[in-house]
Design a protein. Sequence first.
Length: 217
Amino acid sequence: MSDPILFGAAYSVYVRIARLALAEKGVAHRLVEVDIFAAGGPPADYAARQPFGRIPAFEHDGFRLYESGAITRYVDEAFPGPPLQPTEPKARARVNQVISILDSYAYRTLVWDIYVERRRAAENGRVTDEARIAAALPRAETCLAALESLMGTGPWLAGAQLTLADIHAAPIFAYGVMAPEGRALLAGHGAIRAWWERMARRPSMEATRFALEQSAQ
């Protein structure tokens, strides 16, 4: 079989989710950079891979796929390596619940409402929307509290083993902690903070580190 190809930008949360799944499975792959925010948007032929113009897209032996959740589940099930999804129904449901919380509530709150407003607004030539950050903080607190309550004894977000839940969360938190508000929120949740410190040290995280993250070190 040929190596999988991932299409997207290294800075993207959802591209990194897919890259982390590939790295944790030990799957050699190639990243083809596609920047949907570039002048003129993505290449014209990219619509054939992703009709909604989002990233990532994926190809493996002629099989094309988009949507990060579909990609990571395919990677887990199609390749050898440590399993990233439990087989027991309740444990698998917990993984999917955490992923849904991250997609529905945490991503926009931690990345766009807190990180982008605090760190990127001025760089993009606009005034930081302090009201937007202030409104996001209670939502972010709810997200962290919910995730911490679901962890139980951990040490991973869905139990004793690293799963797609951790892989889905890590790129979101990588952005969140680059804002002082995100770091302050994390400080108030010991179990989540310990999880993040554990996750951030994994070789897969180092291998997928992006330029903005490196500059914040």
